[in-house]
Write a protein that binds this ligand. Structure first.
Ligand SMILES: Nc1ncnc2c1ncn2[C@@H]1O[C@H](COP(=O)(O)OP(=O)(O)OP(=O)(O)O)[C@@H](O)[C@H]1O
Length: 976
């Protein structure tokens, strides 16, 4: 076939393949001119050195005319150097197609076309392509998918929750670990997994305004997630550009303050109409609900939750506003499961027997008759009864028993406890906390306070006056005498801090602990402001303050100054500093006063007593003797016992006894006997909770036998040498320069020919960026990016490699003395893929899968005995001109081998599809069975919900049946 240029011929530019198919316009001895219609470009080359390859098809190829019809080539003829293809069209007609009329959009993406027309890439590109496919297959199937990349320590209970919830379709859960155990981290891990699995593109996070910045920073530095913060200024700026746009639709990831959103109905409506894949609400205990009253916060979140597939509510103190609000929050998550408050109360009371049944299953190798009777009575659904029968049958194998036991436990937790929607871990079961010490400092009651209290006790009008300003009503606000004094005294009167002995104590304490960080919390903003002023005037101490009257920026800079090693040794916070903030670098906490609710107290202590705290926490409480503060101290310490450790019973006891406590205190009755009664009730309730609800919650919140393999898998990934190898290969292919900094870290920067998108979505400057592959180093060094298989750098490499043709055709020589020169091998990589609507998430069942074949000229497949890596090591590159010559000479056998490879790959496909089908049916049938079982105890579960699952199951089955396998890459290997 002529390779001399002639008008009408089709050629491809080796250097600029994106130009598409070129058409020779003119040619003479010296130059040739080509027009590339797809790119609308004309190029002129020297005929001697034109980097061009003639495009020629052969028998069996399917080609397309530029009028759009297709032809399967049967034969071809050449007239004046111009080829005419002859073959059968899709309609069964025989036609001729001159090459000049080939579709100019015809792109040589397919490996076979590219190889046979001499378009070969570097060997390293082929290697990267294959490694990318095999890593993608592994990563998709890995149980730790989506958990690798966050810059976090591997903590069992967090990883368990993240994995359990993150793998769900549209997860809706309440994350209620005790204060400081990492709910923010868990939420981030869940979000990250959902994003990596393609299940979440749009997320909205609602947090109390003081925590906005902290969330933004945590999301960025730990999860590499860049959220847009929406507030008035930002929304108005967007609307100025285009008043018709919805600010909530301008970013995929949005964070804003809950109160800001709720206070503005228009903004709320915009947020609702933007629809979300995931809604996250922090400090969700603020969503107040009772049968007679739903707060605006509750109603706002309820309507947003209806517009979001997934919902995560976060609170360390779910029962702070009582069981009704707790129930109502669960209902936001699963309206079908939580329909009736009274039944929920009854269920809570019944948890003890469920817990007993679960314990029997956990402990008993063989169930006793009593345990069996208990389980019989508890489980109603057919699937659970079947499992119980399997478990009790004498011929069941040990393995079957174990599986039945595990599934039964799941059923009990899901159907009778709050296990599926509520996760709560307690400090007592998480290692690494050094505990708390309580130090109290009695001070005498100043007479000025006594007078004010006496006056208020007599004067109802004055009581009403101070109630509003104190955020608590008389006589409870007697717990804050400095506020009462300030509100009632004349302006010229001496300020309270001149005579309040707590102030002198604080001053001495801060002077004495100047080398330590001390957090001071008090209930009111004005008290915090007065304290800073007093410390400055009385002791010359400049201590930053943090309260609700300051702007976000002012607050964040005060917190940052305190957090800085060289910064302020103390920070004075009003109550808003007691929520969500991370102050675990300090170990001294001064409670200048005590709050009125034990959950609020726990929130305060939780600023220091949280993950990352390395010391025992010293809780210092200066109090005025014979005051309400004194009474609150004994109530919390001796009655509820919730200062020295968190107490699961505290909130319930508070609801039960607080009114009596207040009455006794008001009447100045002795508290000793009463507190003994409370202490007894506490012991009883704690035991009951431990036997019942807490056991269930703990079991479902941290299942160690599931968490440990996850931690082990993540730890192994952290040491995976293949990551470094992959990176080095990708750097070479993509033109990225790198320098080692130390054993684990390196600096990368754009090389002269770096492909433009290699650093997309990564923070970097002209000099590139530094990265580490070590988790420990990443935790210690914020300046290094933590690169794992799920970092954007690797994602960019993978995406670019698999979505383009790069590396899908290569030629190499094999240097192995045992193999005779001239031996031909063909390495064929097939990709099994199933195209389906994104929402079906078909990749969960059938991930991108590669089939590697290594064929000799007899058509034998040697792949099993010759590994990819082993072979690659023995290969050497060949010049492009030589490669083309090899392909040209061996074209007929190559075609035969490709045909043979196609058949072999096709033969492997049914097994893969069958496996995916089985897995899919098992999973969906389990879901359907769960809904049927729930229907038996809850009539509100509609049949439509079951139908949705069935339709999904059918759609997945049909899509999987359309799975195809195609040749993704081919390498010709010739022994030298
Ligand atoms: N796995 C982890 N690796 C590193 N740091 C962590 C990890 N988990 C939690 N932390 C740190 O511990 C602190 C507490 O975590 P986080 O803020 O998520 O807890 P929380 O349960 O949301 O707290 P709160 O109840 O106060 O809202 C934070 O400083 C967080 O960065």
């Amino acid at each position: 076939m002529s390779s001399v240029f002639a008008p009408g011929q089709r050629w491809i530019s080796d250097a600029e393949q994106d130009l598409g198919l070129g058409l020779v316009l003119a040619a003479d001895l010296r130059s040739v001119t080509l027009f590339f219609p797809a790119a609308d470009e004309t190029r002129c080359y020297s005929t001697q050195h034109a980097p061009l390859t003639r495009l020629l098809f052969a028998e069996g190829d399917v080609i397309e005319s530029h009028a759009g019809w297709r032809l399967q080539v049967d034969d071809l003829k050449e007239i004046d150097g111009h080829v005419i293809y002859i073959g059968e069209t899709e309609d069964g007609d025989w036609r001729e197609l001159p090459e000049a009329q080939l579709s100019h959009r015809l792109r040589l993406q397919q490996a076979k076309d590219r190889l046979l027309t001499g378009q070969v890439d570097r060997n390293s590109w082929f290697n990267l392509r294959y490694l990318t496919l095999s890593q993608q297959e592994r990563l998709h199937q890995s149980p730790v998918r989506g958990l690798r990349a966050p810059r976090v320590d591997l903590i069992a209970h967090q990883m368990y929750i993240a994995h359990e919830v993150g793998k769900r379709f549209a997860p809706r859960v309440l994350l209620a670990d005790e204060v400081g155990l990492g709910k923010t981290i868990e939420a981030g891990l869940i979000l990250q997994q959902q994003r990596i699995q393609g299940r979440c593109q749009r997320a909205l996070i609602l947090v109390p305004e003081p925590l906005l910045h902290q969330w933004l920073v945590e999301l960025m530095r730990r999860f590499n997630l860049h959220f847009s913060l929406l507030d008035d200024a930002h929304c108005e700026a967007l609307e100025e550009e285009d008043p018709s746009l919805n600010p909530f639709e301008q970013s995929q990831l949005v964070i804003c303050a809950l109160d800001w959103l709720i206070d503005d109905p228009e903004r709320l409506q915009q947020a609702e109409s933007a629809t979300w894949d995931m809604l996250i609400v922090d400090e969700a205990h603020h969503l107040r609900w009772t049968p007679d009253y739903a707060s605006p916060e509750y109603l706002g979140v309820q309507s947003l939750a209806e517009h979001s597939r997934g919902v995560l509510l976060l609170t360390a103190t779910p029962e702070q506003l009582g069981i009704e609000s707790h129930f109502a929050r669960l209902r936001l998550l699963d309206p079908a499961r939580y329909t009736d408050l009274e039944r929920f109360r009854a269920e809570e009371a019944d948890y003890q027997s469920i817990a007993q049944a679960v314990r029997a299953l956990l402990e008993g190798q063989n169930l006793s008759a009593q345990d069996q009777a208990l389980l019989q009575a508890k489980i109603h659904s057919d699937d659970s009864q079947e499992l119980l029968a399997t478990l009790c049958h004498p011929e069941t194998s040990a393995e079957q028993k174990q599986s039945a036991r595990t599934q039964l436990i799941e059923h009990l937790l899901d159907r009778y406890g709050t296990g599926r929607v509520l996760f709560r871990n307690r400090r007592a079961h998480v290692q690494g906390f050094a505990g708390r010490t309580l130090l109290t400092y009695p001070q005498s009651m100043p007479s000025a306070y006594q007078e004010v209290l006496h006056q208020l006790a007599q004067d109802e009008t004055a009581q009403e006056l101070v109630d509003d300003a104190c955020k608590a009503s008389w006589p409870l606000n007697a717990a804050y005498p400095e506020r009462l004094y300030s509100l009632l005294q004349a302006e010229e009167a001496e300020p309270w801090w001149q005579f309040d002995p707590r102030l002198n104590w604080l001053l001495d304490f801060l002077l004495q602990e100047q080398d330590e960080k001390v957090l001071v919390i008090c209930a009111h903003a004005q008290t915090a402001i007065d304290l800073t002023e007093a410390l400055r005037i009385l002791g010359g101490l400049y201590v930053p303050v943090f309260h609700e009257g300051m702007s976000i920026i002012e607050r964040d800079s005060a917190a940052a100054w305190f957090a800085d090693d060289e910064g302020a040794p103390a920070l004075i916070c009003s109550e808003i500093g007691s929520e969500g903030r991370n102050f675990q670098f300090a170990r001294h906490l001064v409670l200048f006063d005590l709050p009125l609710h034990p959950d609020q107290l726990e929130q305060r202590i939780g600023r220091l007593d949280r993950i990352g705290q390395k010391h025992q926490i010293q809780v210092h409480i200066p109090y005025l003797q014979a005051s309400w503060q004194h009474a609150l101290l004994t109530w919390y310490d001796q009655g509820l016992a919730c200062i020295r450790q968190p107490s699961a019973a505290a909130a319930t006891l508070w609801h039960r006894y607080f009114a009596t406590f207040c009455q006794r205190q008001e009447r100045a009755q002795a508290l000793d006997v009463f507190l003994q009664e409370v202490a007894q009730a506490r012991e009883h309730l704690t035991e009951e909770l431990d036997q019942g609800r807490n056991t269930l919650l703990e079991l479902s919140s941290n299942r160690s036998h599931l968490a440990q393999p996850l931690l082990a898998a993540l730890a192994a990934e952290d040491k995976d040498p293949e990551l470094r190898e992959y990176l080095e290969l990708a750097f070479d292919v993509f033109g990225v320069d790198s320098d080692d900094l130390d054993e684990h870290s390196l600096h990368v920067r754009p090389g002269k020919e770096m492909q433009a998108d290699a650093f997309a979505n990564i923070r970097h400057d002209e000099e590139g960026f530094s990265l580490t592959l070590s988790r420990q180093q990443a935790l210690a060094r914020e300046d290094l990016q933590f690169v794992t298989w799920e970092h954007p750098l690797i994602e960019n490499f993978m995406e670019r490699t698999s979505s383009t043709q790069m590396g899908n055709s290569a030629v190499a020589t094999l240097k192995n003395p045992k193999i005779p020169a001239g031996t031909l091998l063909v390495e064929l990589i097939y990709r099994v893929a199933c195209s389906a609507p994104k929402a079906l998430n078909i990749e969960n069942f059938l991930p991108p899968t590669g089939i590697r074949l290594l064929l000799d000229t007899q058509g034998r497949n040697l792949a099993a005995s010759v590994s990819f890596k082993g072979l690659s090591r023995q290969l050497e590159w060949v010049k492009k001109s030589v490669a083309r010559e090899v392909v040209k000479m061996r074209a007929p056998i190559l075609r035969e081998l490709i045909e043979q490879g196609d058949k072999l790959a096709q033969a492997e496909m049914p097994t893969l599809v069958e496996k995916a089908q089985t897995q899919m049916h098992q999973q969906l049938e389990q879901e359907i069975a769960r809904l049927h079982a729930l229907q038996q105890i809850n009539t509100c579960i509609r049949e439509e919900e079951v139908q949705v699952l069935k339709i999904r199951q059918q759609a997945l089955a049909e899509a999987l049946n359309q799975t195809q396998v195609h040749l993704d890459a081919i390498r010709v290997i010739v022994a030298a």
